[in-house]
Structure formats: structure tokens, C-alpha cells
Design a protein around this ligand. Structure first.
Ligand code: F6P
Length: 362
């Protein structure tokens, strides 16, 4: 009987730990089951190319620094839904059949997809329509996939943001400034809350909790009463202006992304107080950094488990981290709940107990 043949693709925004996951999948598949493992380039875009853009992975592939490197050496894309794929002339076409055909041309016994909730939703639909045998591994710095306590990439993003606060503290103190750090996380405040606690923030603004500029000013004034003249403010990118509007950045190619709320907070504070503010928007540094030990470990554990699922022909499952171990759930269940920060989360209480201003409703 010939060896089983499996594929791996990374989809959506990259993050630290993806290469560690690919490495782990390869070792488990090769060493335990003697499978042939192919890495598909650029997410589903690789399956649209003819011949399909894929490379066979070998032990040699992983001899170097991949475990330690951020990003994904296979490439990824978070542009376009294949069911409504944007063309250069501004139209939308359905490319799902090409992707499904590419998968079948490869004669795969299964495909491991490493993606966030958006990618999993799309691949799940493709798999259903095209009889593709998939297993999913959750990755996202936003850590918003409901079924898993941790997704690959989150710890690394938190670590980068914490280090940024460490670096900002000294310069904030030297100049007696309020340093505002804008972090990613899309509609969830996990990166801001976790890094804010770890990095000693005085104010943490997250999309889930309403704040006011007056509330921030009150906190800064209280600090001044204790003769603390500098401060660290962390703001998540999806925090809205006081009037409820979102702050977006429009790029030349027409793509709109969250960004700029840090500048808004700074200008409002400077309008109303004598506090000098400066803003650091961390951006993609949170995604490209070398993965932390926790992310490498999580990615390695997920990779092994995902291959075992494929080998047992348990398809349409997502691996998840719960109670210190890997489990698996149906993909639908995995992505059915979006995990926001909730008032009852222990970290909210932790932040409040540390005297951090989180908003006016808590
Ligand atoms: O979902 C991950 C994420 O990094 C978000 O935190 C952020 O809003 C977005 O992706 C940025 O997307 P892009 O890489 O397309 O700029």
C-alpha cells in the first residue's frame, strides 16, 4: 500500500508559531505514520494555481531556524473570499471550484488547515461542497476563537506588546508623558488586557467596555496626586471614539483596516489637559515576532494531534486547547462562538484590583 499523502496550508493573517505547527505536523506525519507531506503555498491561492503551488516537505526543510521564526514560510493570504473573489477590474468571481479541483488533483488523503475563524468558515464550506477531508488548527493573535482557550500566535503578540510597554515606561518617566500604545486584536480586547496587566499599564481600553475621556483624565489626575507624572495607556485597535464611530485606516489599494484610535485618544487628552502624549501603534510587529515558548509548545501539540485525527480519518474537526490538554471539536462548534473579553473574566477583576482604569461601567 502506498504512503498516505497529506497537505498543509496556512490561511488568513500570519502570526508567531505557524512554522512550529507545520514542523510538528511534518514530524508526526513522517516519523509515526510515514506519510508524504506537502506544504501548499499562499493558502487557498496555491490550490488555484496549475500545477498546484505546493512543495514536498522533508527533514531538510526544518534543519534551520523555522521553529524560531515568525510568519509562515508557506505564505498566506487574508484577501478575498474564494466564493466572492475580487478581480483586478473590480468584479467578484466564484473561484471555489478551482480550489476544490486543485485539492483533488493533489490526490490528498487529508488537508490540515491552520487558520482563524474566517478561514475555517471558508474552508469548511469548500470541504463540504468539494468533499475535501480537512482538520483545522486555530491560529490568531486576536485569540477570539471561542472553543479554544489559546490560539497559536496570541502569546507572542501579548509578549511583543508587553515588551513595548517595558520600553515605553522609561521614556514616559523621563519626559513625564502619557505614552499610548495601540495594539491589534480586532473586535476582542485580549491582547490589550493581557499585555496591559503584564506591562504595568495605568489605563487599558478595550472594545468590550465603554470608556470616557473624562474617566481617563480622572485616573491621570489621581496618579498626579500621588506624584506620579507619567503613565502608560494601552488601547485596542477596535475601541471606538466617544461618539461611537470606528477609526479606520484606508490604504492605497482600497483595503480598510482598524487603526488610529491611539491618535484620537492622544489628541483628546491633549485638548483637555496639560498632559503631553505620544502614540506608538505596534501593528504587525505583533504578528512577525519570533514565537514565544508557549506558542511553539501550543503549535507543536496542535500539530501532533491534528495528524492523529487525519490518520484516524476523523475529518471536519478542529483541535482546541482546554484544561492543559489538546481536545477536538467539530469545526462548526469551534467557530460558533466568538470569544470577547467578558466582565466576569478573572483578568478584568485582576486589572481593576491593580487600579487600572478600564472604563466607566466596571
Ligand atoms: O486578525 C489578525 C489581525 O492582525 C488583526 O488583529 C488586525 O486587525 C488585522 O489582522 C490586520 O490585517 P492585515 O494584516 O490585513 O493588515
Amino acid at each position: 500500500m502506498s504512503n498516505k499523502k497529506i497537505g498543509i496550508l496556512t490561511s488568513g493573517g500570519d502570526c508567531g508559531g505557524l512554522n512550529a505547527a507545520i514542523r510538528s505536523i511534518f514530524y508526526r506525519a513522517k516519523n509515526k505514520y510515514n506519510m508524504d507531506v506537502f506544504g501548499i503555498k499562499d493558502g487557498t491561492a496555491g490550490l488555484m494555481q496549475r500545477p498546484v503551488a505546493a512543495v514536498q516537505l522533508t527533514h531538510k526543510t526544518f534543519e534551520g531556524y523555522l521553529l524560531r521564526q515568525g510568519g509562515t514560510f508557506l505564505g498566506s493570504t487574508n484577501k478575498g473570499n474564494p466564493f466572492k473573489f475580487p478581480t483586478k477590474d473590480g468584479k467578484f468571481i466564484d473561484t471555489s471550484k478551482e480550489i476544490i479541483e486543485g485539492y483533488h488533483q493533489m490526490k490528498l488523503d487529508g488537508l490540515i488547515i491552520i487558520g482563524g475563524d474566517g478561514s475555517m468558515q471558508i474552508l469548511k464550506k469548500l470541504a463540504k461542497e468539494g468533499d475535501m477531508k480537512i482538520v483545522a488548527i486555530p491560529k490568531t493573535i486576536d485569540n477570539d476563537v471561542g472553543a479554544t482557550e489559546s490560539s497559536i500566535g496570541f502569546h507572542t503578540a501579548v509578549d511583543v506588546a508587553t515588551q513595548a510597554l517595558d520600553n515605553l515606561q522609561s521614556t514616559a518617566a523621563s519626559h513625564r508623558r502619557a505614552m499610548i500604545l495601540e495594539v491589534m486584536g480586532r473586535d476582542a480586547g485580549h491582547i490589550a488586557l493581557n499585555a496591559g496587566i503584564a506591562g504595568g499599564a495605568d489605563v487599558i481600553l478595550i472594545p468590550e467596555i465603554k470608556y470616557s475621556i473624562d474617566g481617563i483624565i480622572k485616573k491621570l489626575n489621581e496618579m498626579k496626586k500621588h506624584d506620579v507624572q507619567h503613565s502608560l495607556i494601552v488601547v485596542a485597535e477596535a475601541v471606538k471614539k466617544e461618539d461611537g464611530s470606528r477609526v479606520m485606516h484606508k490604504y492605497m489599494d482600497g483595503e480598510k483596516r482598524l487603526g488610529g484610535i491611539g491618535d484620537y485618544i492622544a489628541s483628546e487628552l491633549m485638548k483637555k489637559t496639560e498632559t503631553e502624549c505620544r502614540v506608538t501603534a505596534l501593528g504587525h510587529v505583533q504578528r512577525g515576532a519570533p514565537p514565544t515558548a508557549s506558542d511553539r509548545i501550543l503549535a507543536s501539540a496542535f500539530g501532533v494531534y491534528a495528524v492523529d485525527l487525519l490518520n484516524q480519518e476523523k475529518f471536519d474537526r478542529m483541535v482546541a486547547w482546554r484544561d492543559r490538554r489538546v481536545v477536538d471539536v467539530p469545526i462548526d462548534e469551534g467557530i460558533s462562538t466568538y470569544k470577547n473579553v467578558e466582565r466576569k473574566d478573572s483578568l478584568v477583576e485582576t486589572a481593576l484590583s491593580l487600579g487600572i482604569y478600564l472604563g466607566d461601567e466596571v
